[in-house]
Design a protein around this ligand. Sequence first.
Ligand SMILES: [Zn+2]
Length: 258
Amino acid sequence: MRPEQVKKYYVNTEPPSLEPWSIARKHIRIVTGDRRFIKLNTLRSRVDEKALWRLCARHAPSHVYMSVVNYLFPERVGLKSWGKHAYPVGGEYVIDVDNYLFRGMDTHEHPRTWVCMACLEVARRYTVRLCELVEENYENIRIVFSGARGFHIHVLDFNVKDWAHYDEHDPVKSHEVARFRYTLHLARMLDAMFDEPHFTLSIDPMRMISVPQTLNASTGLVCRLIGNRMDLERKSVMRILDEANPSLAIWGCFHSYP
Ligand SMILES: [Zn+2]
C-alpha cells in the first residue's frame, strides 16, 4: 500500500477502544514504509489509542507492534537494565497460528495473492482447537486476524505466578520461566493432538505482536479483532476478510478482497 493510503486509514477511522488490552502500558514500535523502526514510547511515554492513531497518521507505518508484556514505564524498555526500571506488570501469552506452515502439505492450488481462502479456513479450525485447549487453564482469550495468513490467540489472563515464583528483583527472568513452563505444558498436549505443528509458541517476554485494529500495509488488510472462540466459530473466512477490508475507510467505497 502507498503511504498516503495508510495515512487515510488512520485519519478516516476513529481511534478504537482497545479494551481489554492496556495499550498505554505497552511498549509500541512501528515499521515505516522505508523499513525504519520507531519506538513510539520514546516520543511519548504512554501511548493510548488516540495518541497511537495520531502517530500512525503521521508516520504511515506498514506494521504496528506492541510488547506482549505490560510495563509501568514502557518508555524505558530497551534501555540498560530495562527489566528493573521498566517494571513489567503482567501481560498476555500469544500463540501465532500462521497458515504458511500448511503450504506444501495440501493438494489444492494456492492463489497468487497474500491470502488463500482454503488455507485460512484450515488456520481458522486449528485456532478454534487451540483455543479449546487453552480454555482448560484460561478464559479471557481474544483472537485477532493477523492481517495475512492466520490468527493470533491472546491469552489475556495468563499469570506469571501460575507457572513460576515471581522474583521482584528479576521480573524478566520470572516472565521467561513462566512462559517457558506454560509453553512446555501446551507443547506436550499439542503433540498428542496434532501430527504437524501449525503454530508458533514463544517463550520470549520481549516478543512483539501486531496491535489489534491496525493496518498490515503489506497485505492491505486490518489486523481485525474477531472476539473469543465462539465468535471465531461463527464467522466464515469470507466474513473475516470482509471485516478486515479497509477500503471503505480509505476510499469511501467497498472493494472486495483481493
Ligand atoms: Zn492454500
